[in-house]
Design a protein around this ligand. Structure first.
Ligand SMILES: Cc1cc2nc3c(=O)[nH]c(=O)nc-3n(C[C@H](O)[C@H](O)[C@H](O)COP(=O)(O)OP(=O)(O)OC[C@H]3O[C@@H](n4cnc5c(N)ncnc54)[C@H](O)[C@@H]3O)c2cc1C
Length: 488
């Protein structure tokens, strides 16, 4: 019964986040889904004295669950497919000795408990101000973000959101841009600048192209990362928005801390979870094992690909949520140079093109790596296209962009490191996003256990903070607490 009450509370909270949505057929479908959920929350966990618990994945969420449960005295084993822990946090030592975070780099915004965790471990954090952005356009002019009339931009885009919503549930962020374009043009914006700002602020943070993002996520707040959407926001809110804390010695300091003393089996890929019987039978590439409970933290891309099979198949409400949730793509290209040739003041650089494409948003990583390092993002469809380029083609493209901004006398990079998160078999993407056919309750459905045997954690299962590390961490603690409550 407690579970039912908890679930209903979660649902109410979820609705509260979407209060601006008009009442629709969609909501009726949600109510229907909730009836099927009551069956799920009335399941009872295995009636054993000391349950054996298996966790799939040693990323932040899996490690957080394992640490909490181990501390509470449970018998926990973590199975990790890779030969390393950390998952989508990956602090890579380059040939030059620089630490490059190939996955997550920053604690974005205010996640006080997570920030405290880092500080308590004595981990050094350095701020990157995403709003301190200098934009170089294709005509050789440059302009700081603070010189852009963001108020007019947001007003026009808000009208675009309203117009796009009239199109119904399938409206995309690209529809918003198209609808607001006449107003933006009247206000003197160039298409090149608008496209860049959308890439820099929306596509990079969502890991998806404007064409693939539902407008529903942006009803209240179009821009999230660099552009203030409320002109009268408080100083605290302003500070929070420009707070992005990076780890000069790598994000994996956090995962190393979480992993201390845990039973983690690396190179162990989970292939099948048979939860039709007690205990559950788990098939891996290293053999079979049994477990009373299993917590799946594999990324949404892996779940969507069906790389872990479930016997019996997952119930419709869970499977549908998996299918409807987007698996986005954000890639990074690090170029290390013999010396820096860019201004040290802006933390961020924009290099815009008449045609929208990747490698438009760059970060001056020198403050973080303490070496002359630039990093370029690519997101969504253009990231997917760029993954197909050879390393040399990628460097050529990056150098073309930098020559556009700084002239041809710049040095060649001494070290190049790039990511291909879509091709990574144990990620199959970078993080979740709200796709065009997303259901309002997908993240809630992703978070709920099946038969009180198979539990789910990981960034995509976070109701409030999907896509980021602190959110993933919270989901790990959430599932640990669920089990602790079951066996209290
Ligand atoms: C390029 C990039 C930049 C990002 N930037 C930021 C940022 O700046 N700030 C931020 O907060 N977040 C950022 N993120 C998102 C953040 O990295 C993730 O949200 C977070 O790390 C997810 O943690 P998780 O535990 O949910 O998943 P993961 O870290 O992916 O952990 C899941 C684990 O499961 C393992 N696994 C997969 N399949 C199997 C299997 N079959 N058997 C066994 N193990 C399996 C994987 O190897 C992995 O270790 C970024 C992500 C990327 C890719």
């Amino acid at each position: 019964m407690m579970n039912l009450v908890k679930t209903c509370t979660q649902v109410a909270l979820h609705f509260a986040r979407h209060t601006s949505l008009a009442f629709s057929l969609h909501r009726l479908l949600i109510v229907a889904s909730l009836f099927s959920l009551t069956a799920c929350v009335s399941d009872t966990p295995p009636d054993v004295e000391a349950p054996k618990i298996t966790i799939v994945g040693a990323g932040v969420s899996g490690l957080a669950t394992a640490k909490r449960l181990t501390e509470a005295g449970f018998d926990v084993t973590v199975l990790e497919a890779r030969d390393r822990i950390g998952g989508r946090t990956w602090s890579y030592q380059s040939n030059t000795g620089a630490t490059l975070d190939l996955g997550a780099s920053w604690i974005h915004g205010d996640f006080a408990p997570f920030e405290d965790l880092a500080k308590q471990q004595g981990i050094e954090l350095v701020n990157t101000d995403f709003e301190n952005l200098l934009i170089h356009n294709s005509e050789g002019q440059s302009q700081h973000l603070s010189e852009v009339d963001t108020e007019s931009l947001i007003n026009a885009m808000q009208i675009g959101v309203g117009l796009a919503n009239l199109m119904g549930g399938s409206a995309s962020m690209q529809d918003v841009i198209d609808k607001s374009w006449p107003l933006l043009a009247l206000a003197g914006f160039s298409r090149e600048l608008v496209d860049f700002l959308v890439t820099a602020d929306i596509e990079v943070s969502s890991a998806a192209s404007a064409e693939d993002l539902t407008v529903r996520s942006y009803l209240g707040d179009i821009f999230a990362m660099i552009i203030p959407s409320e002109q009268d926001e408080s100083i605290d809110e302003e500070e929070e928005r420009s707070k992005n804390l990076a780890f000069p010695k790598g994000y994996n300091q956090i995962t190393d801390y979480l992993a201390e003393g845990l039973d983690i089996q690396l190179n162990t890929t989970v292939l099948d979870i048979d939860y039709n019987q007690d205990p559950i039978r788990v098939t891996t590439n290293q053999g079979e094992l049994s477990s009373d409970l299993i917590i799946v933290t594999a990324p949404i891309g892996v779940l969507k690909a069906g790389d872990i099979s479930f016997s019996p198949a997952l119930p419709d409400w869970k499977q549908q949520a998996i299918e409807q949730t987007g698996s986005g793509l954000l890639n990074k290209l690090f170029l290390e140079f013999p010396y820096s040739f860019w201004d040290q003041d802006p933390d961020m650089l924009g290099i815009t093109q008449p045609e929208k494409g990747g490698l438009a948003l760059w970060v001056n990583m020198e403050k973080v790596t303490r070496r002359p390092t630039l990093m370029a993002f690519s997101a969504g469809r253009s990231a997917k296209a760029l993954e197909a380029l050879s390393d040399q083609q990628m460097v050529d493209l990056a150098m073309q962009r930098l020559v556009q901004a700084y002239g041809k006398d710049i040095p060649e990079p001494i070290n190049v490191t790039r990511t291909r998160w879509a091709a990574d078999p144990f990620a199959k993407g970078s993080y979740s996003y709200e796709s065009l056919n997303a259901g309002v309750l997908d993240s809630l459905f992703l978070s709920l256990p099946v038969k009180a045997r198979v539990l789910f954690a990981g960034e995509a299962t976070s109701i409030d903070n999907g896509s980021n590390v602190p959110g993933a961490y919270e989901t790990g603690l959430r599932e640990a607490e669920r089990i602790i409550e079951w066996y209290r």
